[in-house]
Design a protein. Sequence first.
Length: 621
Amino acid sequence: MEYSLLNLKPNTSLLNPHFDGYKLWLVDSDGGDKGAAVQSYPLASADADPRKLATSAHLSFDEMHSRIHYNHLFVGPTDGSFIYIDSENSVNLVDTSGQGVHTLTIFDIPQKKSQYALDGYPGAYSLDEDTILIFDGLSSAYVLRRQNGLWTALGAFEIGFGSVVAGPSDSADRRNMNYILGAALVGESNQPAIHLHFCYRIDRDIRRKEPAATTASTKILQPVFCIRAVKVDLRTLVGSLDDDGDAIPQLFAVDVHSLHSHAIPVYCEYLGSDHFVLGVRDGVALDGTEAPPQDPLPVAGVPEPYYWTQTENDVTVCIQLPSSVSADQISCSLTRVSLTLEFNNAPDCEAKYSFNNTAFHNHIMADESVWTLENGRLLTLYLQKAREGVRWTTVFSTDDSVLETMDSSEFAVIRERLEKFTSENIDMRKLGGGLPMQSAAGSMDQDDDDLEGEDSSVVFSVRNWSTGQADASSAAESPDWLCSSFPRAPVSSQNGGQGCALPPVCLKFDVDGVVFAFKPDEARASVEAQHIGTFAALSYIQGSKREKRFMFVDADMSVAVLAETRRRVYIYHQAESDNAANAVQNIVDFGDSELLGIQNIGKMLVVLCSSSLYLVDLNKC
């Protein structure tokens, strides 16, 4: 796969500048009326109350955020089926495809405690109509297979131990919690295997230089996440796990690759057996996993080795580096007349993108110019013109044939990110003396846990399954995350199939929520991101909801759903036309019930509470 850029620019023709808002329509509970929009059914099992975590547990912001927003209702193996795990660790398969709700307990997760890991939440991941992966929330995963209508445990395997966790001698491991990000069934029918990614936090010693007046360095214990890929061969049994007297065959699991990030990924989906798409806030950490292209990174319609644009007041120059670097490896000096750019311990960058006292086309205001580094790959220079209104024909005094070709919409996104990182605390118009360059550069390369939040930009990358290296990335344009779409019942990618379509994602664009789908680009053997629809004002609306727990958009682009921790679910319908001024909003009230999970199938919304399951007919909303 040729290294390429994932284009996440909105299609302006799909935006509605005439939209004014949503008209409210309340939806009443059923009260026993089978013709009502909302039907409630008591759980045919123990309650679905999630396990509590000890107050002494030390979790990062990202771990707490992931735990609070954990969806306890999972997509089942067939359309109209769902899975929840009750407080007694029983796996319950719910079928809503017929009349009413039918529940079947298909597995009891062996209960155990681990002194090396925190209690996570158990999960269920349907791989195809006859295969389900169950995770106990700690370290054990069980593969269930349906044969002759009965679900049995095909085998089990462990994650979070061995090469993943150092062992009982390392006290830091006692704070470890595992998260399964995604799983897929791949291979030929006679050679089935599971591709799985899971994530856990590790602790590293990171040394940072103090300000110039201080020579000492500070040792900081910094939370970092490891994203590990595992392949599980469903044919090879290597023994058995004996839990409560039941011998469960042990499956053979092999580590394939690992990545590092500063956040738990929000998106992990598989492209057949060869590639996967990963979305993580602030991108993968600078650990060399990005695939350096054989040639400088091509940008459609943009000459190498950089691309640029200008306004009456300034010039913006973007350099897409061939390999990941940190801000400490870059030495950038801007004077009134020239640029000096050097790289330390980065030979690929040094050879192609070094500048030695290279004269600009015209003079700049050095103390009001800055440079930034995003995701270790995009180096951007913001040059303030000394003479406003003067057009530059080239960036440098020597004509290198690099014309001004940056797309205007891309330029607007870049400028918006600059303002985000240089407002208030970093005012490049007031600081002067060269400080803005260092401050702006540092702000793009922060590791502090307090910078992790819902509004962080998400970098999407298409990666090789065998190596973890990126073949395509949105590193040059990182939008803010809004939510994912509801998943659908899976189709395995065995026999060379592609599996089910990748779930779309909803990203922030001004006040709107713009939905992108990842679609195969057969001509380039790659993947392209396509803007397929917009939920007008969704970004603005969700910002006012302080108690939101879940947020999803329907893959068919008909509704967006926002659920609070208790009581209310908000349903936002698509406008009837592209330029309509209004659309319908529903509010469904579930009393004082805690909302533990939510899923969607067609025109039916399914909501899981502690002791009840609710079906919301969207056709009647």
